[in-house]
Design a binder for this molecule. Structure first.
Ligand code: NAI
Length: 340
């Protein structure tokens, strides 16, 4: 898809972070933008930000408060876009997501339902609601396209964020299928796989729905502060939106947002090697993993001003006053305390 001006975009999770960055970018590219999110206060703020950024009239931005895991609500939002902008979106970008970190063996049904509900089910909902409408309205007449924000986590297992990694891996697979399926209609699909975004996802637990609050993970103001400090080092959402726009224009199926593609290629090769090694007996697999880790560590710079022979520090420092995120709930006394 190369021409955006005058067309319609529907972007989920666009009241914040990556989705808001995408809304700014595609609004500036001349699109009418519908932004869907579950938080009304954040939507109200986002509308002002989008208009200030792109200079479009207020009538070109439609804010929709919707829980995208609810199919009836999502369908009503789709109807509202058609009624307001005169047709279904030419560009569907599904970016809403939440994250929660903790040992996979501590996870509750609610942890899975919340994370997979937003990260996977909402994507399925949007594809089933919108793609038939988009085909009927636009196939072979005008450009249309679907994109989803997944994660680098789609390519690796995550014993510390199992539901999230499983959801994102499924989203990627789904988007490969749609990329193939939409070709005959003259359309395409892209799945964006960022590593770290400077967004508000570190606060996601604050907005977890009441009926899904029962978690097996240790969550507190302190763990959220730690998570926020990690995401503060991530890519700027508008810059990420521009990278996605280029990927849509050039119809890349996977969009890996790095200025140095070799970085991602190396990471993917490492992840693929790990999966290949799952077929090996444990001793052999662990020896290969240790060798690969030693090789990888050669590329890490020693801490600034530190001893250059000292082992490099992995992971993120825990800011003062914060607690490390990713731990199990403290009353789950059967969890192995030696786990990372
Ligand atoms: P964010 O928290 O800033 O934005 C996500 C938005 O989704 C929020 O505004 C939230 O209200 C909305 N949302 C959550 N549940 C919803 C529901 N049921 N219905 C409607 N809206 C809902 O977070 P961020 O980081 O911008 O996340 C965007 C996407 O990027 C997510 O899919 C996330 O998994 C992905 N991602 C984020 C990374 C990061 O480092 N922040 C890294 C890789 C991927």
């Amino acid at each position: 898809m190369k021409n955006f001006s005058g067309k319609i975009a529907f972007i989920t999770g666009a009241a914040s972070g990556a989705g808001l960055g995408q809304a700014k970018v595609f609004s500036k590219a001349g699109m009418k933008v519908a932004i869907a999110d579950v938080r009304q206060d954040a939507l109200d703020k986002a509308v002002g930000e989008i208009i200030a950024y792109s200079g479009v009239p207020a009538s070109d931005v439609l804010a929709l408060k919707v829980d995208l895991t609810n199919r009836a609500e999502y369908t009503a939002a789709a109807d509202k876009v058609e009624a307001t902008f005169g047709g279904p979106p030419h560009l569907l970008i599904q970016t809403a997501g939440v994250n929660s970190f903790g040992p996979i063996e501590a996870s509750t049904f609610e942890d899975f339902d919340w994370v997979m509900g937003v990260c996977l089910d909402h994507v399925v909902n949007g594809l089933l609601i919108f793609v038939p409408r988009m085909i009927k309205a636009y196939a072979h007449k005008t450009e249309f396209y679907v994109a989803t924000t997944s994660s680098m986590g789609a390519f690796m297992s995550g014993s510390g964020c199992g539901p999230y990694s499983a959801a994102k891996a499924a989203v990627n697979n789904l988007m490969y299928s749609y990329a193939e399926a939409l070709q005959p209609y003259g359309a395409g699909a892209t799945v964006l796989c960022p590593g770290n975004i400077n967004s508000n996802i570190g606060n996601a637990e604050k907005f977890r729905p009441e009926h899904l609050k029962n978690t097996g993970y240790h969550v507190s103001e302190g763990t959220m502060a730690h998570l926020r400090s990690v995401h503060a080092t991530g890519i700027d959402p508008v810059e990420l939106g521009e990278i996605l726009k280029e990927a849509i224009e050039s119809e890349r199926v996977i969009c890996l947002p790095d200025h140095n593609p070799e970085n991602w290629a190396n990471q993917l090769r490492g992840n693929n090697a790990t999966i290949e090694d799952y077929t090996l007996p444990r001793a052999e697999r662990e020896a290969k993993a240790a060798a690969r880790m030693a090789e990888m560590m050669k590329n890490f710079a020693p801490p600034a001003g530190g001893d250059k022979d000292a082992p490099p520090v992995m992971g993120w420092a825990v800011p003062e006053g914060a607690e490390k995120f990713g731990q199990g709930r403290k009353d789950l006394d059967w969890l192995d305390p030696s786990r990372k």
